[in-house]
Design a protein around this ligand. Structure first.
Ligand code: CP
Length: 292
């Protein structure tokens, strides 16, 4: 694996190798990368989890990290993403994590620049490291992905998490249901009745309502959305005994998920964040070893 830009580029065997490497790191394994490497994290859209957990993963692997602040960079003087990456290549960076508002921003970089490119989220396109940590969390919970029923609920059309997860989970043998209001269906086959699938789901994955990606205000109130498509306390009671709640976060409390469910026994939301460090360590380890 030279870069990681989309789940579609990863075979089932490659996905499983990343999960197993993440598990090894969780159990205390050390990096076997021989050379010393330097990375930078280029975030042109806001992030707390992805940026901070990449930084933690890089530190854990003893990779050098050069700080990059998009808001104080020469991109504000009109320097393009490609030219910025060429600068970092010239300075000697080995790998870059990039989050950018442009869908498929990586197409202008992969195969054209020397640093490895890791996609930290492209517009409404892909979020492969989130998908891998989600898959890892489900695998850790159930010991398999085969025949696990995963219901993803919310802003499907605008969600790079839904896009990345629907494809990968299906290839791994899970059954994926997508639930959303008809106006957020995008190119997907979706249900618009959450209650029809909640009782048969092993995983209920709620998505953030992405107010910043909507052209106009929501056509329904937060309260109406919560009742129709939110994980309410009443719906949570219908879940199977062993079923879990996930959310990539950040979450809108009492919009897509009742506030009291965020930290309930079934919630794996903070476990996902913890797992994100091990998954990102695994991705960096595999990519850097591939450069030796
Ligand atoms: N889940 C996720 O990508 O969170 P951040 O936007 O905080 O990185």
């Amino acid at each position: 694996m030279k870069n990681l830009v989309s789940m579609k580029d990863l075979s089932v065997d490659q996905i499983m190798a990343i999960l197993k490497q993440a598990q090894a790191f969780r159990e205390g394994a050390h990096s076997t990368v021989k050379n010393s490497y330097t990375m930078a994290n280029l975030f042109f859209e806001p992030s707390t989890r992805t940026k901070m957990s990449f930084e933690m993963a890089e530190r854990n692997l003893q990779v050098g990290v050069i700080p990059f602040e998009a808001g104080f960079s020469s991109t504000l003087k009109g320097e393009t993403l490609y030219d910025t990456v060429k600068v970092l290549e010239a300075i000697g960076l080995d790998a870059l994590v990039i989050r950018h508002e442009e869908n498929s921003f990586f197409e202008q970089l992969v195969g054209k620049v020397k640093p490895a490119i890791i996609n930290g989220g492209d517009g409404t396109g892909n979020h492969p490291t989130q998908s891998l940590l989600d898959i890892y969390t489900i695998w850790q919970e159930f010991g398999t992905l085969q025949d696990i029923v995963v219901t993803i609920v919310g802003d499907i059309a605008h969600s790079r998490v839904a896009r990345s997860n629907a494809d990968a989970l299906t290839r791994l043998g899970a059954t994926v249901h997508l639930v959303c209001p008809p106006e957020w269906q995008g190119e997907f086959d979706t249900f618009n009745e959450f209650d029809k699938v909640i009782e048969s789901s092993d995983v209920v994955m709620m998505l953030r309502v992405q107010h910043e990606r909507h052209d106009s205000n929501m056509t329904f109130s937060k309260e109406d959305y919560h009742q129709a498509f939110g994980l309410t306390v009443e719906r949570e009671r219908k879940m199977k005994d062993k079923a879990i709640i996930m959310h990539p976060a950040p979450f809108n409390r009492d919009v897509e998920i009742a506030s009291e469910l965020v930290e309930c026994d079934r919630s794996r939301i903070f476990k996902q964040m913890e797992n994100g460090v091990y998954i990102r360590m695994a991705i960096i380890e595999i990519i850097l070893k591939g450069r030796e």
